[in-house]
Design a protein around this ligand. Sequence first.
Ligand SMILES: [Zn+2]
Length: 221
Amino acid sequence: MDNIIRQIFLVPKCKCCFKPADSQNLCNSCRRELEKCRIANPHLPLNKKIDFVDESYASYKYEGTASTVVKGAKFRNPAPFLASLLDDISIDIKQILAQNNIDTVLPVPSHKSKLYTQEYDLPVEMAKRISKHFGVQYSDCVAKVRKTEKQHNLPKDRRKANLVNAFKVTGNLTGKNILVIDDVITTGFTVSAVATELKLAGREKVYVWSYTLNIERKENT
Ligand SMILES: [Zn+2]
């Protein structure tokens, strides 16, 4: 009986397949699958031009196990994802912070209406953990002041316009070099809209790091 209780309550569950996992909240099989989603040299800038962003980085491709764990964290339960986040990305973040002299992390903000939905504000929780672990300042001085359509529900040609005037600097921003934190980058329009506000507020350099990069397939039309 003891063993059954132990298995149910104490053994961490894999954040991807929910089978018993190791201390990093992934079973061995999903750990191997997640490694397959790793971006080669995540500490090197992505070959992706994002307006107002000096350099962008990502740790995983948004596919397979990596997309499953992000979706699970956003829509179901962020706890296992956050518990093992630093195991997954701290090598990357350490180098990105050092090589760009970053003193502040800032999450891509959500509109306050999101608090009433099932969706978790993942970038906020990620940025807080990164801030605490690496001793860099956490800033929430950029707010989402207008509710927008979900980017992935819109055709590509409407995604940029959807974000016009959506973000504003609402607090004191003391950091000089800022790393914007996100969970998924697809077009880059969202982080670009945040970076625009930061640059208008006089920030010298704006960098972006995302847990995953969604490399979209070419559309048929
Ligand atoms: Zn698993």
